[in-house]
Design a binder for this molecule. Sequence first.
Ligand SMILES: C[S@@+](CC[C@H](N)C(=O)[O-])C[C@H]1O[C@@H](n2cnc3c(N)ncnc32)[C@H](O)[C@@H]1O
Length: 204
Amino acid sequence: MSGKAHWEKVYREKSPFDVSWYQKASSISFEMMEKSGLEGQPAIIDVGGGASVLVDRLLQEGLNNLTVLDISSTGMEYAKVRLGDRATLVNWIESDITEFESPKQYDIWHDRAVFHFLTDAEMREKYLGVMRRSLKVDGTVIIAAFAIGGPTKCSGLDIVQYDAEKLKKVMGSEFVLTEQRNERHITPAEKLQDFGYYRFCRQV
Ligand SMILES: C[S@@+](CC[C@H](N)C(=O)[O-])C[C@H]1O[C@@H](n2cnc3c(N)ncnc32)[C@H](O)[C@@H]1O
C-alpha cells in the first residue's frame, strides 16, 4: 500500500481521537515555537499536521501565517471541520512532503511524528532537501520523533528512533540544536510512547 493509501485508510477507519498519536494539546510543540519567537507573524508550516490541534493553538494566539501540509486530505478535513470558519485562515496543502515544492519560505518548520517514518536514506535526503529549500536562512526546525528505546512502529509502520546525537548527524552542521525536550506520551489506548522533541536553528 502506498504512503497516501495507508494514511487515507487510517483516517477513514479511525476517529482522530483514537489514533495513537492523538494529543489533547500540542503543548511542547507550542512552547518550543514560543522560544524560537512568535512576534511579527512568522510563516509556520506543520508538516504532516493531519488532524493535530497545534493549528488551533496557533490561531488562538493570533497567528495568521499558517500552513498545514499532509499527505492525507481526510486527516486535514477533521481539523478543518473542527475549526469551522477559522479554517479559512490557514493554508492547507495536500502533498507528500518528499515531493513538495514550496511556493514560499518558512520561519518555522514543525514535524511531529513524520520524519521518523523515513526509514530509507534516500527518502530522508529528499525530505531534508525540501526542508532546506523551504526554510528561511535563519529559520527554526522542530522535529519530534520516537526516542531510542521507545516504540519501533507507529501506525503499523516501521520507524527510525532518534536521540539528539543521531538527529544532529542527519540534519548536518548547518542546523544547531538549541533545545531538546522529552515527552512520555500516553496513547488513547493507554500505552506509553517516549518521544524526543528537538529544536534546531539554521546558522546564518
Ligand atoms: C503519526 S501522524 C502525526 C500527526 C500529527 N503531526 C500529530 O502529531 O498529531 C503522521 C502524519 O503524517 C502524515 N504523513 C505521513 N507521511 C507523510 C508524507 N510523506 N508527507 C506528508 N504527510 C505525511 C500522515 O497522514 C499523518 O497525518
